[in-house]
Design a protein around this ligand. Structure first.
Ligand SMILES: C[S@@+](CC[C@H](N)C(=O)[O-])C[C@H]1O[C@@H](n2cnc3c(N)ncnc32)[C@H](O)[C@@H]1O
Length: 278
């Protein structure tokens, strides 16, 4: 099996996002973003924002910075891609600072000064070292009791897609290195789509343990981007064009069916509270 191309590992995340910044930002008012932003808004319902100081790490075009400013927060955003920084600064004008940078940009923020850190659809692109720094920095700059809100690619979705990511999942977690070819030969669907993946993938069932290592308690999870069929069975246009899909409302899903969201949704969001003095 070919080695997976991973953004943040074998492909530079900054280059990947510089090439996609304009296309991504043009879709920001479309169905895909409306759906995921609704989930993020739900995660933030329990967080007081008025008069607080919030940090949006990997802020992209600043769609959430604008939301936070509208709710009375002072904001700081950072992103390593110049086009994103310019777009975000245009959105919020002089109502907050946006700087160019990755985890290094968090170093300039004072300890215990932040009420909420957001990291939305961004941690997947970090290298392993950057990811460690991100969580350590979040725990350093947040006030005890303050919130961390993240959204992630859902690793359990790889159990549902029946493609080479499913093979990768089995090899990584259950069968061990070197087993990938053997498992791949068991796939009944011969077409393995070329797909770029991301360096950090997150498992909603074990994410609370990872957060706990950095002093956080996970309080809430929500799921988004439900696929009624595994992607290989979807119409290829619907798979490629994220705005051609219908997004099932995953918030308020019936409790007895909620477990299915863990597998059928390609993304999940999490809200956590900083509990420890680090
Ligand atoms: C999918 S976009 C999400 C943007 C925004 N958070 C949102 O939810 O709309 C991913 C963002 O992560 C940024 N990014 C990529 N690598 C990064 C890194 N190493 N550190 C910080 N941000 C990064 C990209 O430039 C891009 O703006």
């Amino acid at each position: 099996m070919k080695k997976l191309l991973k953004v943040g590992d074998t492909i530079s995340a900054v280059r990947y996002w510089s090439e996609r910044a304009n296309a991504y930002n043009e879709q920001i008012d479309g169905p895909y973003h409306r759906h995921r932003l609704a989930v993020i808004h739900r995660l933030l319902e329990a967080v007081a924002l008025d008069g607080t100081f919030c940090v949006d790490f990997g802020c992209g075009d600043g769609v959430m910075l604008e939301f936070l400013v509208a709710r009375g927060a002072c904001v700081f955003g950072c992103d390593p891609v110049a086009e994103m920084v310019a777009a975000a600064q245009r959105r919020i004008g002089n109502k907050g600072a946006v700087v160019r940078g990755g985890v290094d940009a968090l170093a300039r923020i004072k300890p215990r000064s932040v009420d909420c850190v957001l990291a939305l659809n961004v941690l997947a692109y970090l290298t392993a070292a950057e990811e460690q720094t991100f969580y350590r920095e979040a725990a350093r700059i947040l006030k005890p009791g303050a919130a961390l809100v993240v959204t992630h690619s859902n690793e359990l979705f790889d159990m549902y897609t029946l493609n080479r990511l499913t093979v990768d999942f089995y090899a990584r977690h259950f069968c061990g290195e070197g087993s990938a070819d053997r498992i791949a030969s068991l796939l009944t669907h011969p077409q393995i789509p070329e797909r770029i993946v991301f360096n950090v993938r997150e498992n909603p069932l074990s994410y609370a343990h990872k957060l706990a290592e950095f002093g956080f308690r996970e309080d809430q999870q929500e799921f988004m981007n439900l696929h009624p069929l595994p992607p290989l069975l979807m119409d290829p246009e619907g798979f490629r064009n994220i705005d051609a899909r219908e997004y099932a409302p995953t918030l308020d899903w019936p409790e007895q069916e909620r477990w299915k969201l863990m597998f059928m949704c390609s993304m999940f969001g999490s809200r956590a509270t900083l509990i420890a003095e680090n």
